[in-house]
Design a binder for this molecule. Structure first.
Ligand SMILES: CC(C)(COP(=O)(O)OP(=O)(O)OC[C@H]1O[C@@H](n2cnc3c(N)ncnc32)[C@H](O)[C@@H]1OP(=O)(O)O)[C@@H](O)C(=O)NCCC(=O)NCCS
Length: 159
């Protein structure tokens, strides 16, 4: 499948705040019990900026339909002092396996490098192989909130 798409800061498409929050809530809401969709909407709103962390980007197809999102945030892994983190990479099922996810990862790496960071982190319970293919290195595996996760990082000075 080939998808034509572009990636823009969420602040350019404020109408997509609820869509992005719903995607994240549906996929990861169970990891933060007690958190509501409204909490997530508030957090997404607070990431509508272009000048630093936290920041969210969205992928849009040729018609402007959203086909994915990714975030650059601090303090994703609670209790871990490392920052910043690539988080909430999500592509809706109909748009998967067309390269959108990989481009979102690259976009957030570029943003972090542009903000002056030399290293960026992520943790994933689902797709460590995807990030390994994109040049990320595994730092450790651990359990986090009942899931087995892989903590990975990417050196932004060697991109
Ligand atoms: C993971 C996800 C973002 C991938 O998005 P995508 O647009 O399908 O990814 P891409 O098409 O850019 O694929 C990038 C690479 O990862 C591989 N890949 C994609 N999905 C994969 C999966 N589920 N398992 C293993 N590898 C996968 C692809 O083969 C591709 O490698 P290739 O180009 O060498 O073939 C998407 O499946 C998703 O939103 N899943 C649910 C949420 C999630 O798990 N997010 C990641 C949280 S850390």
């Amino acid at each position: 499948m080939h998808i034509d798409f572009s990636i823009v800061p969420l602040v350019e498409r404020p109408d997509l705040v609820t869509t992005v929050a719903r995607w994240g809530f549906g996929e990861w809401g169970h990891l933060a019990p007690g958190t509501t969709l409204d909490d997530r909407i508030a957090r997404v709103r607070a990431s509508m900026r272009v000048d630093g962390v936290p920041m969210i980007v969205v992928a849009l197809d040729g018609d402007g339909t959203p086909v994915g999102t990714a975030s650059l945030i601090d303090d994703d892994l609670k209790g871990d002092a490392r920052n910043p983190w690539l988080a909430s990479v999500y592509v809706p099922p109909r748009a998967r396996r067309g390269g959108v996810g990989a481009r979102l990862v690259r976009a957030v790496e570029r943003l972090a490098a542009g903000f002056g960071y030399e290293r960026i982190y992520l943790f994933t319970a689902s797709v460590p192989a995807l990030y390994a293919r994109l040049g990320w290195q595994t730092l450790e595996e651990r359990s986090y909130r009942g899931e087995h996760v892989t903590v990975m990082s990417r050196d932004l000075t060697s991109r």
